[in-house]
Design a binder for this molecule. Structure first.
Ligand code: AMP
Length: 183
């Protein structure tokens, strides 16, 4: 059986130092479990930190990047497999197809877009792969508060919201995801 592969969405910027530490800790926790990474293929920001850390631990890293972002996100040449695609849609489709689970680390608008695609597709049954958020240093507190407010207002199903796994600590997040991997 192949190793579990986690699709990670995270910043193409690094944010402050604590987020770099959190990204590294997450990548180490992934490698500790003998799992592999699929991500956007860039060598910038937290994306680069996660990829480098997983590679250094001897696990497989698959990057998926559109031609148009090769320079902007500095396509990572030092990973196990770098897949070049034509569009953002293809990128997300390839990443999703190869993943057993989705995780968002701290990031910007791109990260949020990817996270919401994963959770909304789960909600409407396009996939059944677990989705998690690493709420490192409370980065996602305000987003989570907004989502719970949206549930209170009747726009978001509480059941769907509760299916998103949220943890502050990487090991806790990955163990919770593992309980929901498809057999
Ligand atoms: P950011 O969180 O904005 O730093 O972006 C993180 C990653 O998300 C980068 O690899 C971006 O290329 C990617 N990204 C940005 N916008 C989108 C989008 N609309 N769909 C998918 N990925 C995106």
């Amino acid at each position: 059986m192949r190793a579990h592969r986690v699709c990670v969405y995270c910043g193409s910027r690094s944010g402050s130092d604590e987020f770099v530490d959190a990204a590294r800790a997450f990548a180490n926790a992934l490698a500790d479990r003998g799992w592999d990474l699929v991500y956007g293929g860039g060598n910038v920001g937290l994306m680069g930190v996660v990829a480098d850390t997983v590679m250094a631990r001897g696990r497989e890293v698959t990057g998926v990047i559109p031609h148009s972002l090769f320079d902007v996100e500095v396509a990572h040449r030092g990973i196990t497999e770098l897949l070049e695609v034509e569009s953002m849609h293809e990128r997300k489709a390839v990443m999703a197809a190869r993943a057993d689970a989705f995780v968002a680390l701290p990031g910007g608008l791109g990260t949020l877009e990817e996270l919401f695609e994963a959770v909304t597709w789960h909600q409407i049954g396009i996939h059944a792969k677990p989705c998690g958020i690493l709420n490192a240093f409370g980065f996602y507190d305000s987003l989570l508060e907004f989502l719970h407010g949206s549930a209170d207002a009747g726009f978001v199903s509480r059941g769907h919201l509760e299916r998103i796994i949220v943890a502050d600590e990487p090991g806790e997040l990955l163990d919770a995801l593992a309980e929901r991997f498809a057999d």
